[in-house]
Design a protein around this ligand. Sequence first.
Ligand code: PMP
Length: 545
Amino acid sequence: MTIAERLGRPEILALPPCDIAGAPVAGTVRLDANENPFPPLISGQGGVNRYPEPQPAVLRQRLADLYGVAASRLWVARGSDDAIDLLIRAFCTAGRDTVAIVEPTFSAYAQFARVQGARVVSARLTDDLRFDASAVLALAKAERPKILFLCTPNNPTGTPVSGDEVRAIAAALPDTLVVADEAYGEFSNEPSVAGDVGVIPNLVVLKTLSKAYGLAGARIGCAIADESVIDFIARVAPPYPLPTPSIQAALGALGPERMPLHADRIARLLADRSRLANALRAAPDVRGVREGGNFLFLDVDDPADLARRMAAAAVRVRFRPKATPGGVRVTVGTDAENRALLAVFGIGEPGRPARRADLVRDTKETRIALSIDLDRTEPRRIDTGIPFYDHMLDQVAAHGGFSLVLACEGDLAIDPHHSVEDIAIALGTALRQALGDKRGIGRFGFALPMDETRAEVLVDLSGRPFARFEGDFATAAVGGLPTEMVPHVFRSIADSLGAAIHVRVEGDNDHHKVEGCFKAFGRALRSGLALEGDSNALPSTKGML
Ligand code: PMP
C-alpha cells in the first residue's frame, strides 16, 4: 500500500481524476476546451486565450532541478499556501482527522485545517523559542495527526528545525505526513531535506518562489512528496491552477543567467539582516533580536507605543503578541526601507545611500542579468559565455574598484557580436543607474602607460555620450573576442552610461593591447566613480550632470 492509500481520504481515492482538456499538442486542431480562438486584446500576453497546462512540464522540471528532486515527486502549486491547502484537503476528512502544528507559527496551517473541518492540536516552542522535538513527538504520539507541519526556519520566530530532527520525527511517525515548510530555507544554514523525500515516504517538503526568488505576486510554490502523495494532490487540485503569465514569469526568473544574481541578492539580504539586527540590539526599547529567513523577530518593551510610532512613520511590521507579548516580525527591505525602519527606533545610519543597481535585459538574442555595487569591491562573478570577455570585464571591475555579478545567455552559436554589445550596453546602463545623482564623485578619470603597450583611457562621467577609439589590431580576435568589437564595447558603454570615453592604444601584442584598454578603462572609472571625501557637491559648475 502506498503512503497516500494508507493516509489519504478514502473518498478521494475513489474519485476519478478531473475531466479536463489536457495540454495542447502542436499540430492538432483544438476544439475541446471551449476557449476563445482569438488572441487576447492585451499586448505581450500571447497564448492566454488558451488554458495552461495543468502541470507545466518545463517549469516542473526546472523546479525539480532547482531543488534536486525527480519531477515526478513535485507538484507545482499556486504558492506554497495552495500546497498547504491541497495537502489538508486531500488527507484530512472533516470532523475526523487532525492537523498538528508547533506554535507560534505560520497561521495558514491552522486556518486551512479549520476550513476543512480538521481538528488542530499544537505543541509549543520552548520559552526561549527553541524547537523541542520531544514535545512535538509526545503530542503526535498522543493525537495521531494526519499531518504535522514543521516550519523551518519558523515564521515568525526564525527558529530552525535541523534536518536530523525532521528525519527523526518523520521516522518516528509513519502514520503522519510530516511536512517541512522550507519557505525561507534559502536564507538558512540548514540544508534542505528535499533529498530525503521518497526515501522517507511520509516526508513532504514545501518550497516557494515568493521569498528567495522575489516572485510573491506570481504565486508559484511547490510540494515535493512521494509520487502517491503527488497523485493524491492532483485529485483535489482545480483543473488549471497556474496562470500562464505566472508560469512564464517563473521560467524567466529562474533562467540560468539569473541564478548568480539570486545568490547575490540572498547574500545581500542576509548581510543587511545582520546589520539591522546589530543596530536594533543597541536600541533602548528592544529586549531581544532573532534572525531567521529574510526577517527579524524582535522582542520589544512597549509594543503599543512602537505600533503608534510605526503608524506615524507609515512603516508596516507584524506584531505577534501570541508568540511573545513584545513580539514583532520585521522583513528585511531595501536600503531606504531599512533606513525608515531604523529611524522609528531613533537610529540614524551614517553615510549616503548605497550606489548599486540590479538590471535585467532580455532580447531575442541575449538574456542578461547583472548587479553592480560601486562601494563594494566583492563579489566579482562574470559569466558572459566568452571567457576572455569575462576576464576583460573582471579587469574593469577590479581596477574600477566595484563589485560586478554578471551573467549572459546569448546566441554565441551565431556570433559573439550580440553578447559583447548587449553586455556593454547593460554595463553602462547599470553604472549610470548606480551613480544616481552623481553627488560627490570625482567625475573625471584617466590612466597612463602599461608595459610595452600604451593604453590611455580618459573618462568623463558627464552625462553626455561620446566615444573615440584610436588604435588598431593586427589579429581578428583575441581569446574568442573579435577585436573589431573592442571599440564597439567602449562606444556602447559611453552611450548607455552617458560618458565621454577616449581610448588610445598602441603596442606590439594584441592580447596586451586589448587587456590594456580594459584595465586602463577600469582605472579611469575608479577615479571617476570615487567619492571625494565627504563632499556632496556636484562636480560641475552647471549644477547638473
Ligand atoms: N510558508 C510560510 C512559512 C510562509 O511564511 C508563507 C508566506 N508568508 C508561505 C508558506 C506561503 O508562501 P507562498 O504562498 O507565497 O508560497
